[in-house]
Design a protein around this ligand. Structure first.
Ligand SMILES: [Zn+2]
Length: 234
């Protein structure tokens, strides 16, 4: 809540709104978390915007290192590549809801937001057999009406501790950025897609992940899904 505390009475309405919408620790518009407890040397890798044509390569890397992850998928992508999200779930990874069509939720109606979440939720549940418990807002943007939409679907919002910026950085820079910022309970945000675009180029992410997992293991971290990470008694 640092943004609010620093702003105090001087925090103007527009600054407070910007924090409420985009601040990773803000829960003003909907309940969310951005990290797990610090007492375990655990970390959660999360991948947004899949499934994509590149996801199977990522699954191979995670399988090689026996590493669980959490995938925040878009309903439209699941409709395009249902077998990929099914394999992801069958491999033991957690599947979260990342909306149907990946819109920024600013200035959207309550009905629009509710529909984006519920359409994705139904498609994911029908495809994998399990309804997600976690939601990540596209672009990290929360808006009025999201709280109610999450509540109806029993979804907890998940932001991130470390943003990989893997949509524009090289594998070297993604890996060094994450290694520098990783700490106990961190939730790492990476991407195996680009919104709902087809054939996204995710080669830098794949290279970074293949280097990061052994490097983080050698520093004593174990990998957990977000739901495992958030459990205080694990
Ligand atoms: Zn996204």
């Amino acid at each position: 809540m640092r943004g609010v505390a620093l702003g105090g009475a001087a925090c103007g309405a527009s600054a407070l709104l910007a924090y409420a919408v985009r601040g990773r620790s803000s829960t003003l518009l909907a309940p969310s978390v951005y990290r797990g407890p610090r007492h375990r040397r655990s970390i959660a890798l999360t991948f947004d915007d899949g499934p994509s044509e590149g996801t199977n390569q990522l699954l191979d890397i995670l399988d090689r290192f026996n590493t669980p992850a959490t995938f925040f998928v878009c309903g439209m992508n699941v409709q395009r590549l249902p077998a990929v999200v099914r394999s992801t779930a069958e491999a033991g990874h957690e599947i979260g809801n990342h909306s149907y069509s990946h819109p920024a939720l600013y200035f959207r109606s309550q009905a629009f937001i509710a529909n984006e979440l519920s359409a994705a939720q139904s498609i994911i549940a029908d495809t994998t057999g399990t309804a997600p418990r976690l939601f990540r807002a596209p672009f990290g943007v929360r808006w009025f009406g999201l709280r109610e939409a999450q509540r109806r679907l029993n979804l907890l919002g998940v932001m991130w501790t470390v943003l990989g910026r893997d949509w524009k950085l090289s594998a070297d820079r993604i890996a060094s950025r994450i290694l520098r910022q990783a700490d106990n309970g961190a939730i790492i945000c990476l991407h195996d897609g680009r919104g709902v675009g087809r054939n996204p180029q995710i080669g830098e992410t794949l290279d970074a992940v293949a280097r990061l997992i052994p490097a983080l293991k050698s520093r004593g971290f174990t990998f957990e899904t977000v739901t495992q990470l958030l459990c205080p008694i694990n």
